[in-house]
Design a protein around this ligand. Structure first.
Ligand code: AMP
Length: 224
């Protein structure tokens, strides 16, 4: 067992995981490890991994576990993750959750779930604008950038994710229900799940997450 701080941010697509993970990672001084961002970077660079993930991502399906696990475990083995990391978008299947449990041995994890009803999720994903430079997330109406198409945080170019199209979001929500809900049940059964109301404003959600983390998000004795 090590004293690494490992935080999992779970929630359906559009729940605000990315926005919150960036802020939380910054305030906790932990690396933000988002499997979706890692795949998009691989796709942009046309790596072999990116090419293998492309079709799954564009159709709203999950990338096969073996590809995800290899990429994720390589990432968290780097020196910047030595004292801990914040996972965003992982685990998304039961085998991924169990592989993480095995990898972390008895080390406790803090598991936070952002809950948002489906109708809001479609709206949030539909207006989402992502920065090519720093992965910062804007929303066309709820948090519009000061200059159209330009990221407030770094001046990078904003774009819409192909998989945020309404029909793909609907598919991603179905995939979430089928494949990621069992992950939530898994952490719930292990007593290490804290649920946050993700319908609040981004500042309120952030405050709630911080409060739960400083209170110790996992009940005593809970482990990965
Ligand atoms: P995200 O940015 O987290 O919504 O992820 C975008 C896409 O990347 C997903 O729809 C999946 O195709 C893929 N992906 C990201 N994380 C995972 C994961 N943990 N397991 C499987 N596929 C993933």
């Amino acid at each position: 067992m090590t004293d690494q701080q490992v935080i999992l941010l779970l929630g359906p697509p559009g729940a605000g995981k990315g926005t919150q993970a960036i802020r939380l990672a910054e305030s906790l001084e932990l690396p933000h490890v988002a499997t979706g961002d890692l795949f998009r970077e691989n796709l942009a660079q046309a790596t072999d991994l990116g090419m293998r993930a492309k079709g799954f991502m564009e159709s709203g399906q999950l990338v096969p576990d073996e590809l995800v696990l290899e990429m994720l475990f390589e990432r968290v083995s780097r020196p910047d993750c030595a004292s801990g990391y914040l996972l965003d978008g992982f685990p998304r299947t039961l085998p991924q959750a169990k592989a993480l449990t095995g990898q972390l041995a008895d080390q406790p994890v803090q598991t936070l779930l952002l809950e948002v009803p489906d109708d809001l999720l479609v709206d949030r994903a539909g207006g989402r604008l992502l920065c090519r430079g720093c992965n910062h997330i804007h929303h066309a109406t709820h948090s519009a950038p000061r200059t159209e198409g330009v990221c407030d945080a770094c001046g990078g170019e904003l774009y819409r994710r192909k998989d945020d199209a309404p029909e793909v979001v609907t598919e991603r929500l179905l995939v979430f229900q089928e494949q990621t809900q069992p992950v939530i049940d898994y952490y719930q059964e292990r007593g290490s799940l804290v649920t946050i109301d993700g319908t609040q404003s981004p500042d309120e959600v952030f405050a709630a997450l911080q409060a739960r983390l400083s209170a110790g998000a996992s009940p005593p004795g809970a482990s990965a």
